[in-house]
Design a protein around this ligand. Sequence first.
Ligand code: HEC
Length: 100
Amino acid sequence: MKTKQLLVIISTLFILNGCSKDYNPSDNETGISMYQTACSQCHKKDAKGFIFSFDSDNANVDYIQQRVESGSLMMPKFPNIQGEKLQQLSEYILKNSMVK
Ligand code: HEC
């Protein structure tokens, strides 16, 4: 029974994942609201409130922007988060992360 519930949760996550590519922030979205809508399902804050623990080379806005634009095998890309919105989101992520 527990396994079955877990499977349902995992498949729901995959469905949500498919949708996140279409995520399109409206003008009044902020860094935190974009993070909560588009990222927090996979990138939760830890007990201290940090989202990521970056290598020092990667602790910058450019790196985060590039990850959001390109995605990866494991992470969807977000082509509709652009310009000022991408800047705001990346600054929020950086401010709420730590450096290894
Ligand atoms: C469906 C799950 C998922 C969503 C949604 C998602 N990510 Fe990711 N992301 C991942 C996974 C898994 C990794 C680690 C594996 C990899 O590097 O691809 C990752 C890696 C990253 C990294 C690199 C972290 C490091 O330590 O170098 C950044 C930055 C990042 N994500 C930002 C974001 C942002 C910003 C959003 C929201 C716009 C987002 N992610 C949404 C799954 C997700």
